[in-house]
Design a protein around this ligand. Structure first.
Ligand code: HEC
Length: 279
């Protein structure tokens, strides 16, 4: 009887047992996902591979959404990060997932973000695997495409830079510890800060870090050659230029890969500068 009650409760809480994901030592196919960081039975820094079929065999749901590179909605077959992580069963020190794309873009998801906003892998679009995705003629947007949907969690639409949590061309995930990963952003006068500085740090982690890394490369994307240390020099010496660049990068470089942030308020710029200018 207890077992039955336990099972029913487990199912209600979403804790029903999941098929574990097998971590392979070798990549057998380009569609295998590279997995690294804090993993069971692997030293930190070692790389493992998870097969696409195994991820697609985890519990799936369907949701309509518009792929970033298309104009109309399609049907996504999705696997929630929560189920993926539970099936990997990492050690308890893992509380952050970094997602790395082929072009150097990096998105980060704390386990709190994952519980609140329910990000997912899109494993099929209109029932088709990545090689047959619509609009893929100019290059494959797979093997993995990650997204978050306001149809699943309406509060997602309120995020300041929600698009940075929807990367495509994903090739690798890294399970990490947030305190360790973000430690360089808590050093010196950034250790304790005003509410404004703390807000600026959140903005940097949530968004700017997708392309701007730390100088030692321990964290952040590689789309931009300018690490946070260079952005700090601009924030200290030329904050007006930094604000102009962030508002509309194309005024300086028409081909800039950096998105415009014309939606930032004065308060948000104050927060960014307070954080970046702190030494
Ligand atoms: C999608 C990628 C991307 C994101 C997100 C992004 N940037 Fe950039 N940023 C770039 C690229 C690319 C450049 C051009 C310089 C280069 O080639 O590295 C750049 C340049 C800059 C520069 C000018 C540097 C210089 O040398 O003149 C500043 C300042 C800057 N970014 C700040 C930010 C801040 C602050 C954020 C977050 C609000 C941010 N960026 C978000 C990609 C990005």
């Amino acid at each position: 009887m207890r077992a039955v009650i336990g099972f029913v409760l487990g199912a209600l809480l979403g804790c029903a047992p999941l098929q574990a994901l097998t971590l392979h030592h070798e990549q057998a196919d380009p569609s295998d996902l590279r997995v690294t960081g804090i993993l069971p039975d692997a030293a930190e820094g070692e790389v493992r591979f998870v097969r696409y079929e195994d991820i697609a065999a985890l519990p799936t749901s369907e949701v309509k959404g518009r792929p970033e590179w298309l104009h109309e909605e399609h049907t996504f077959t999705i696997v929630f990060f929560r189920d993926f992580i539970r099936a990997l069963a990492p050690p308890a020190s893992a509380d952050l997932m970094l997602v790395n794309c082929g072009d150097g873009y990096q998105a980060n998801y704390s386990f709190d973000f994952i519980a609140t906003y329910k990000p997912f892998f899109i494993v099929k679009i209109d029932g088709k695997p990545p090689s047959e995705w619509p609009g893929n003629a100019k290059g494959n947007r797979g093997p993995y495409y990650v997204s978050v949907s306001e149809k699943i969690v309406p509060a997602y639409a309120q995020l300041l830079d929600g698009d940075s949590k929807r990367p495509f061309g994903v090739a690798e995930v890294k399970l990490a510890n947030a305190a360790k990963t973000f430690a360089p952003l808590y050093q010196g006068s950034r250790a304790h800060g005003s509410p404004l500085l703390i807000r600026g740090r959140e903005m940097f982690i949530d968004h700017c870090s997708s392309c701007h890394a730390t100088a030692d490369g321990s964290f952040g994307g590689k789309v931009s050659s300018r690490p946070i240390e260079i952005l700090s020099v601009f924030a200290q010496n030329a904050p007006d230029y930094l604000i102009k660049q962030v508002t509309d990068p194309k005024q300086f470089d028409p081909k800039s890969k950096m998105p415009a942030h014309s939606h930032y308020t004065e308060k948000e710029f104050d927060a960014l500068i307070a954080f970046l200018a702190a030494k």
